[in-house]
Design a protein around this ligand. Structure first.
Ligand SMILES: [Zn+2]
Length: 379
């Protein structure tokens, strides 16, 4: 899988920072120049190169040749998309960034050596500890420098080998509810994890403590944007999502379980019927982000993940299988068929886990039927 590692540039030397900013500025202008040419001639492939490369090479002597070509590739992509979406208005590229191909930079001594103004320039970055394993073993893709809120960040794409997923012994259904944010239950109906308002407050307190601790130690450089500047809320829910995802994946690995998620489409559809404040809450909570985080962390840990349709998962009785069509998301699910009374989120997550187990076994069984000789390890 491909990871993107984000590292803040630590360089304080004025001329280096200026050179980097100048290069980013030239890159942005070069992309816009390429867009002009592509737009004028309606060309969106590499033949664009011969039309303007020489001229632009002279215009931007501080851009390395591969960066100038990358600028062209960006322009081609932008024009291509724009011609489909909005063919009357010429697009404009306004990101403040520059990209380098992997042959053009090196990672050493916690920094990148990049070509700037015809020289090899060393730009140090802050490297989070957990990145080292990927910086040592991963295969580098592109390196970007990008300005955000007045700071320059390096983004490095790295290809890392997937850990092979284990054969699951258990299934963990993840229910994304409203009152209880996230409830996880296994296919046997046992509650595994519950994250609710209390959990959130607990982590909010922890975060405040962490903030204070960082201030005391003057570790301003550590994620200071996250803790100091605005958009606090978004960052807090991302932080909570990170904690929830991490815990779910850790638990799944411990029990050799497969994580079963509802396909997101269902969450959207379900939320469309809800009152505005609930939709707002859902939106704020950014389920999409949580699901992405779970998938991403699971992949890194070799934990299998399966997605199932959300159809009737909250309306089915996890005891007798009766589908209670008129059930309206009350806190308790009361089955009119067998009389079961159960927490609605526990009921839903149990159903999700079982759905996932069925789906998983179906998929595992099908290839065995098609080619029995080729897969003798399947029972
Ligand atoms: Zn029932």
């Amino acid at each position: 899988m491909e990871l993107t590692l984000k590292m803040k540039v630590r360089e304080k030397t004025k001329w280096k920072i200026q050179a980097l900013r100048d290069a980013m500025d030239s890159f942005r202008q070069a992309v816009n120049d390429w867009i002009d040419v592509a737009w004028k001639h309606k060309i969106t492939d590499r033949t664009l190169h011969s039309l303007a490369y020489k001229k632009l090479r002279e215009k931007y002597p501080n851009l390395y040749s591969n960066s100038l070509q990358d600028a062209m590739n960006w322009a081609i992509q932008i024009v291509k998309t724009e011609l489909k979406v909005n063919p009357d208005v010429k697009p404009k590229f306004d990101s403040f960034m520059i990209s380098f191909k992997n042959v053009d930079f090196k990672f050493e001594n916690d920094g990148f050596v990049i070509p700037l103004n015809g020289k090899r320039v060393y730009v140090p970055v802050y490297v989070p500890k957990k990145y080292y394993k990927w910086l040592v073993n991963g295969k580098f893709g592109r390196l970007y420098f990008k300005e955000e809120d007045g700071e320059i960040y390096a983004y490095l794409t790295v290809k890392v080998e997937d850990k092979p997923a284990y054969e699951p012994k258990l299934w963990f259904g993840v229910d994304l509810g409203v009152q209880n944010l996230v409830v996880v239950a296994d296919n046997k109906g046992r509650e595994v994890l519950r994250f609710d308002g209390e959990t959130v407050n607990h982590y909010k307190e922890l975060l405040e403590k962490e903030r204070a601790r960082r201030q005391r130690r003057q570790m301003k450089y550590l994620n200071n944007r996250k803790f100091r500047l605005g958009s606090k809320h978004r960052n807090f829910s991302k932080y909570i999502n990170h904690i929830i995802a991490k815990e779910i994946v850790r638990k799944a690995k411990e029990y050799q379980a497969c994580i079963v998620l509802e396909k997101l489409r269902g969450v959207k559809r379900r939320s469309a019927k809800m009152p505005k404040w609930v939709r707002k809450l859902l939106h704020r909570w950014s389920y999409h982000d949580l699901i992405q985080k779970i998938k991403y962390k699971a992949k890194l840990e070799g934990v299998p993940v399966i997605e199932v349709s959300p159809r009737n998962t909250s309306k089915t009785c996890s005891e007798c299988g009766y589908v209670y069509k008129r059930f309206k998301n009350q806190r308790l699910f009361h089955c009119p068929n067998c009389g079961l009374i159960i927490d609605r989120d526990l009921n839903a997550s149990t159903n999700i886990a079982r759905k996932g187990m069925k789906e998983f076994n179906k998929r595992a069984f099908l290839p065995a039927l098609k080619g029995e000789a080729s897969s003798p390890q399947r029972r």
